[in-house]
Design a binder for this molecule. Structure first.
Ligand SMILES: [Zn+2]
Length: 69
């Protein structure tokens, strides 16, 4: 995993918290929970092997949750 990828993942978690999401470190994954009534959630791998992981994750957040930006 590139150092850059770790940084990008940290930034997504920070952004999530700023949007009111709950960010929890689970045993194997980070858990992101949306504050809305539908309770959207997303898990984030701390060590993804896919180089497109961040792009895919953000795409899913934008498509399927209340993610802004
Ligand atoms: Zn939501």
């Amino acid at each position: 995993m590139s150092p850059n990828l770790g940084k990008e993942l940290r930034e997504i978690r920070k952004e999530a918290e700023q949007q009111g999401w709950t960010v929890i470190r689970g045993k194997r994954y980070w858990k992101l929970r949306c504050p809305c009534e539908e309770k959207h959630k997303k898990s984030m791998s701390p060590t993804p092997s896919n180089p497109n992981y961040v792009k895919n994750l953000l795409g899913e957040l934008r498509r399927a949750t209340c993610w802004k930006g």
